[in-house]
Write a protein that binds this ligand. Structure first.
Ligand SMILES: *Cc1c(COP(=O)(O)O)cnc(C)c1O
Length: 396
């Protein structure tokens, strides 16, 4: 069976009521039929739910679906994407270990690596997303235990060559941990390129409708076991309600990603034609510097389009004022198209040199392309680009 069929047909067992849709198991704990069963469940000689911090049927259904989509053996779901990122590191690393990470990271991942893990003697080296194989190798140390990266990156849409890192993993023996949030397993399956772990903020496309927070990390049994131990005892558990919502959302993930990607490509193409847009970045545009790599490791370009407008923050304000459809928010991965100015929001805290390396300029706009009618989006963005350019010209 194909993934789409399994994403719909993977379900927890029916209860005595013979329901069609999976019910919500809003229960903190589960009962034992006997003293022996309680003992067996705790000894793990019998498999089953004990307490929702450890496992819950809704959470298990969500995990099973993501494992199926990613081609992974096991997984742990968490309350947020950041909890998944942190659990994947805290469960596997110890004092004295070293992480090599791609420089273009989600802000909180950068804080975990530089501020939190650093407190416990875990060191790091950053490498540019587009670094060569030799540059990645130069960052390796004898104590390098993990390589952590996001591809495509936020908001610069730089890609890391997963096959190349899979190859380096064979040589250096690190754990390859990939934040696959932007691509989703519909567009990219890192484990197929040799990655060990795939982590997600399920808050984004997996929910895809801007409702709930969630996270997940999937990988082989032997790596998930220590992460499970960490999660079980520290408690970043996903709520059954959020898991129920996310599991339902996975039924439409493929459908939504197809539409997100076709809308994004059409909008990117239209904006690239516009003389008042200085730059358009989208992995599946032939003008993207890593277009070939994008085609090798992704089946479509994703739903984020990043554009650069001349005129700094004044231009951004005029552009925002002229837009009628998109929402101004720092989130992404919603049915609604969202625009973000990274320089003044998500990446505002970075130092000027850090912004320069990541290409965060004042006029950079990240567009999370939603599922509205694409003709409407093209018309609205086009008129806002023109209007904001004219206004700035008139003012100067
Ligand atoms: C949003 C996001 C996260 C963090 O996820 P939360 O669910 O907000 O905790 C991590 N990585 C990427 C790439 C993200 O976009």
């Amino acid at each position: 069976m194909k993934k789409q069929t399994k994403a719909i047909r993977t379900q927890t067992g029916k209860t005595q009521y013979r329901e069609h849709s999976t019910p919500l198991f809003l229960t903190s704990s589960f009962t034992f039929e006997s003293a022996e069963q309680g003992k067996a469940l705790f000894e793990e000689t019998e498999e089953g739910n004990i307490y929702s911090r450890f496992s819950n049927p809704n959470v298990t259904e969500f995990v099973d679906k993501v494992c199926m989509l990613e081609g992974a053996e096991e997984g742990i779901a968490t309350a947020t994407g950041m909890a998944a990122v942190f659990a994947s590191m805290a469960g596997l690393l110890q004092s004295g270990d070293h992480i090599v990470a791609c420089r273009a990271l989600f802000g909180s991942a950068h804080q975990i690596i530089t501020q939190i893990l650093a407190k416990w003697g875990i060191t790091h080296t950053y490498v540019d997303a587009t670094a060569t194989e030799a540059e990645w190798e130069a960052a390796m140390q004898p104590n390098t235990k993990m390589v952590y990266l996001e591809t495509p990156s936020n908001p610069g849409l730089e890609l890391v060559d997963l096959e190349m890192l899979g190859r380096l993993k064979q040589k250096y023996g690190f754990i390859l941990n990939v934040d696959n949030c932007f691509a989703t397993p519909i567009l990219q399956t890192p484990l197929d390129f040799g990655a060990d772990l795939s982590v997600h903020s399920a808050t984004k496309y997996m929910d895809g409708q801007g409702r709930v927070l969630g996270g997940i990390v999937v990988g082989p049994k032997e790596l998930i076991a220590p992460i499970r131990f960490f999660a079980r005892h520290t408690g970043p558990s996903l709520s059954p309600f959020n898991a129920w919502t996310l599991s339902k959302s996975l039924e439409t993930l493929e459908l939504r990603m197809e539409k997100h990607c076709s809308n994004a490509l059409r909008l990117a193409e239209a904006l690239q034609q516009h003389p008042d847009v200085q730059k358009v970045l989208y992995p599946f545009l032939p003008s993207h510097p890593q277009f070939e790599l994008a085609q090798k490791q992704m089946s479509a370009g994703g739903a984020i389009v990043t554009i650069e407008l001349e005129g700094g923050f004044e231009r951004v304000k005029a552009f925002y004022d002229a837009l009628t459809i998109p929402t101004l928010s720092s989130n992404l991965g919603d049915t609604r198209t969202i625009v973000t100015n990274p320089n003044t929001t998500t990446h505002a805290k970075l130092k000027p040199d850090e912004k320069a390396v990541l290409g965060i300029t004042p006029g950079l706009i990240r567009i999370s392309v939603g599922l509205e009618n694409v003709e409407d989006l093209i018309e609205d963005f086009t008129q806002a680009v023109t209007k904001s350019a004219e206004e700035l010209q008139a003012a100067s």
